[in-house]
Design a binder for this molecule. Structure first.
Ligand code: NDP
Ligand code: OXD
Length: 306
């Protein structure tokens, strides 16, 4: 069995060593143009030339949860696309989102600014009932985030494609319930996959439906957001602020207004990092399962795009 590793912007050596240790019977190689085709591939943003050389591929393991970049490529016929299924990402995402929500709700930025000026000043406590949080996407990450927010007793709403039932989370589903979901939310957390249906879903019309003082946390993909609509809504005072981890172009280009906007917090696509050890264990386990002819979880449905 041959496994080829082809991940842009990733240090290959530790991955190759980890995969070899986990699957000693396999030949594990870094892709070189013209090399013999593989049975399995471990990829992140591979070039089309790599995929075109893999006629017998059984599965492509994406070392991330989002497969949007992969879905734009011409994939080998017969190869299943497998996304990372948590592998240590959901707890990181829960930390990040809870931190962003609490920082905004408790006005910690304001305290920090006061303290920098030597000011010992209190702010009036705010009611968490006035800060309902809407989570777009109730998949592997969104569900964990919704549950984590409930621990802090925020009212939590969730929106997904198919109907869901989560304890203590008010669930909405499908386009017909989207407006009601937005109208019930003040803080909006985006954890949708990027698909043709969800591209640009964070725009002037949708963000304007949030409760007054709306706050956006985008941790999914930059192309979900219409950048200039967000800036306009922040500048007009319709939205109170935003925390953004993902951008249409990454790294965020120098001079982009998000860098310096006083109501925007930027982080460099770091809310839930791929953890190498966990990911190798998951991928190796799934390859072994497939080799035994058994089914695995985390297979992407090309028709849905996630
Ligand atoms: P999942 O595929 O597990 O979940 C996706 C959720 O979105 C599901 O609940 C799905 O509904 C819902 N959904 C999909 N399309 C629609 C739609 N058109 N309308 C309403 N709901 C929809 O994904 P994950 O939770 O694992 O990850 C979500 C995204 O987070 C990834 O695609 C990736 O882009 C991003 N991400 C970002 C990271 C970062 O560091 N910033 C790290 C990891 C991921 P249903 O349940 O009905 O199918
Ligand atoms: C992912 C990501 O999709 O890192 O896993 O964004």
């Amino acid at each position: 069995m041959k496994i080829t590793f082809c991940c842009t912007d990733t240090k290959a050596e530790p991955w190759l060593a980890g995969l070899r240790a986990a699957l000693p019977e396999a030949l594990v190689e870094l892709w070189q143009p013209g090399a013999a085709p593989a049975d399995y591939a471990v990829v992140w943003a591979p070039p089309q030339a790599f995929l075109d050389e893999q006629p017998q591929l059984k599965a492509l393991f994406n070392i991330g949860a989002g497969v949007d970049a992969l879905m734009l490529l011409r994939l080998p016929p017969g190869a299943q696309v497998v996304r990372l299924d948590d592998a240590g990402m959901s707890v990181q995402m829960a930390e990040y989102v809870c931190h962003a929500v609490i920082r905004h709700f408790r006005e910690f930025d304001g305290y920090e600014a006061d303290v920098k000026q030597g000011k010992w000043s209190y702010r009036k406590p705010r009611a968490r009932a006035d800060f309902p949080v809407g989570v777009m996407g109730l998949g592997v990450l969104g569900e964990r985030v919704a549950r984590a927010l409930r621990v802090f007793e925020f009212p939590v709403m969730g929106w997904s494609r198919s109907p869901k039932a989560l304890d203590d989370v008010r669930c909405f589903a499908g386009p017909a319930q989207f407006d009601d979901f937005l109208a019930a939310s003040r803080v909006l957390v985006n954890l949708l996959p990027l698909t043709p249906e969800t591209e640009g879903i964070l725009n002037r019309a949708t963000l304007s439906r949030l409760k007054p003082g709306g706050y956006l946390i985008n941790v999914a993909r930059g192309a979900h957001l219409v950048d200039e609509d967000l800036i306009a809504l922040l500048d007009s005072g319709q939205l109170a602020g935003a925390t953004l981890d993902v951008f249409r172009t990454e790294p965020l280009p120098a001079g982009h207004p998000f860098w310096t906007h006083p109501k925007i917090t930027v982080t460099p696509h770091t809310s839930a990092r791929t953890l190498r050890e966990e990911s190798i264990a998951q991928i190796a386990g799934k390859i072994a399962t497939l080799e035994r002819g058994e089914p695995i979880a985390g297979i992407v449905d090309p028709a849905r795009g996630y």
